[in-house]
Design a protein around this ligand. Structure first.
Ligand SMILES: Nc1nc2c(c(=O)[nH]1)N[C@H]1C(S)=C(S)[C@@H](COP(=O)(O)O)O[C@H]1N2
Ligand SMILES: [Mo]
Length: 204
């Protein structure tokens, strides 16, 4: 039995349903750090940080750190899946649902079908709008009860757990709603436009 088979069969012993592990993935309790470029630094009060929501929304605007924190928050516990084949179960995130951020911008305008996330240093990734309107699509600022560490995307990252984790931009700075799909950083470099781990949509 190879590594992947052993890893998968050890899940049942831990009381975890093996069906939660997508094909071709192995689970780990570690939390690997994966990104291109340097980890950005901010002022201690994040006064040099903002989140801008633009494009096809009723009232495009930016949120300061305090304005984002004033929106209703939720906790989610969810599995995450990286295209480099690690999965991590039951990760706990705290933040504002993207749909509540959107509501605070007057909602999506008719014709909006996709979003493009932009992070510090120009990292981008694209998604259908419908994929970030659910309960688990979070503009997150805490992981496991603590502020998200800079290496994991703090102060603010998107978390879209049902897609490969490259869709969850660390150091999120803006989200634009548009009327068509446009490939982001990894999507232009060979990754799948959508990236469903359970359908193993790794490459485009
Ligand atoms: N800004 C930014 N966000 C990013 C990336 C990146 O390179 N830059 N990498 C993505 C990839 S490929 C993965 S797997 C996850 C990794 O998140 P982690 O380092 O917290 O595990 O972040 C995603 N978000
Ligand atoms: Mo990744």
């Amino acid at each position: 039995m190879g590594f992947f088979e052993r890893n998968r069969s050890s899940l049942a012993e831990k009381g975890i349903d093996p069906a939660r592990l997508p094909p071709g993935q192995y689970f780990t309790d570690r939390f690997p750090v994966l990104h291109v470029g340097d980890v950005p630094t901010y002022a201690p009060d994040f006064s040099d940080w903002s989140l801008t929501i633009g494009g096809l929304v009723g009232a495009p605007r930016s949120f300061s750190w305090d304005e984002l924190g004033a929106l209703p928050t939720v906790d989610i516990v969810t599995d995450i899946h990286c295209v480099t084949k690690w999965s991590k179960f039951d990760t706990r995130w705290h933040g504002v649902r993207f749909r509540d951020v959107l509501d605070a911008c007057g909602g999506a305008i008719t014709g909006a079908t996709h979003i493009l996330e932009t992070a510090e240093h120009g990292y981008t990734t694209n998604l259908p709008l419908a994929d970030v309107l659910g309960n688990d699509a979070l503009v997150a600022f805490e992981f496991d009860g603590l502020p998200i560490e800079p290496a994991h995307g703090g102060p603010v990252r998107l978390v879209v757990p049902h897609l490969y984790f490259w869709k969850s931009a660390k150091w999120l700075r803006s989200i634009d709603l548009g009327d068509h799909d446009q490939p982001g950083f990894w999507e232009r470099n060979g990754y799948h436009a959508y990236g469903d781990p359970f359908r193993e949509q790794r490459y485009g």
